[in-house]
Design a protein around this ligand. Structure first.
Ligand code: PHE
Length: 340
């Protein structure tokens, strides 16, 4: 009996060395502790043992059973821990690994310019008004002192939609909408898209304008000049000068074309300013009394100034862009060059 037990003990010890997972362990366990296993066979063989030796033999069998159960339980624990750490190792996430770069976008140059202009003029006390892009002839032309057969309509190749509707060709339509609803003092900035049937390196059928309108008692062309000087210095650099040249718009009188000293050469003359030292940036003037009258504002009591500039043009000057189409093609290699 003793020998038999010793050989089982050895067999279990050796078998244990071959066991590498819980399935193999279970099979080994069954071989000894299962119903038909070797240790169970020992218990069954008890009846063949002479009664006087039975207590002794029973004790030995009990001991080997307890020992075997402990061995299997311990190995089982060990395998469980090993399997778990193997799983942890295989599913491990390396938090120190450099992250895959999820490309962030950049702000479009026209949006950059738009925001910068809003900041500058809001700082001078301007409110923002955004009017409709589908506009009535009345607001885009007639109320701005451009009647149906006026030759000034030719300057703005307009997309007519039908009836009295059109795609606004200038943000000046916002002037009328503001003055119809608000009495002076008025100080508004009106940014937005405008449309003209025109397309080449410096013209796009859709582009952006920013309109400015100030109406109050005693407003003169000097106030316009002061306001634009401030804009030029903040948008470009401290040394930027403005120059007003006589021009014509039906809704302003007098009207001016505004030039800025070239930000590329400082006014000496270069390729950007075509050797003149000046760059034309916007149209402006003193609000025509007819326009004030059209909006129910007494032109003998109030005067005003207005200006309108193209945002693409400002962006092109500021960033040295030579073809307006780059601003609309959506080429990321181009767009990526702008901060934001
Ligand atoms: N609306 C004019 C244009 O588009 C610009 C302008 C605005 C001129 C306000 C004078 C006053 O050309």
């Amino acid at each position: 009996m003793k020998e038999k037990i010793e050989s089982i003990r050895r067999a279990i010890g050796e078998g244990m060395l071959q066991v590498h997972d819980r399935k193999q362990l279970f099979e080994l366990k069954m071989q000894f502790l299962g119903k038909t296993g070797e240790i169970s066979a020992l218990s069954k063989g008890m009846r063949d043992i002479p009664p006087e030796q039975r207590p002794e033999a029973g004790k030995l069998v009990g001991e080997i059973r307890t020992w075997a159960e402990e061995q299997f339980a311990a190995r089982e624990e060990q395998l469980k821990t090993e399997e778990l750490s193997a799983r942890y190792a295989s599913e491990r996430v390396d938090v120190t690994m450099p992250a895959r770069f999820a490309g962030t976008g950049s702000v479009h140059p026209v949006s950059l310019v738009r925001q910068e202009l809003i900041d500058i003029f809001a700082g001078m006390g301007f409110d923002i008004y955004e009017g409709p892009e589908i506009e009535q002839d009345y607001y885009n032309f007639q109320a701005l002192n451009i009647p149906a057969d006026h030759p000034a309509r030719d300057m703005q190749d307009t997309f007519f939609i039908g009836g009295e509707y059109l795609l606004r060709s200038q943000t000046s339509s916002g002037q009328i909408r503001v003055m119809e609803n608000k009495k002076p003092p008025i100080k508004v900035l009106s940014p937005g898209r405008v449309y003209r049937s025109d397309s080449d390196a410096t013209h796009s059928p859709m582009f952006h304008q920013m309109e400015g309108l100030v109406v109050d008692r005693g407003i003169t062309l000097n106030d316009l000049k002061g306001c634009l000087d401030e804009f030029a210095r903040r948008m470009f650099d401290e040394g930027t000068k403005t120059r007003l040249r006589p021009s014509y718009f039906p809704f302003t009188e007098p009207s001016v074309e505004v030039d800025l000293s070239c930000c590329n050469c400082g006014g000496k003359g270069c390729r950007v300013c075509k050797g003149t030292g000046w760059i034309e940036v916007l149209g402006a003037g003193v609000v025509n009394r007819r326009v004030l009258e059209n909006c129910g504002i007494d032109p003998d009591e109030y005067t005003g100034f207005a200006f309108g500039m193209g945002l693409e043009r400002i962006a092109m000057i500021k960033y040295g862009i030579t073809d307006i189409r780059l601003l609309f093609e959506g080429d990321v290699r181009f767009l990526r060059q702008f901060k934001g």
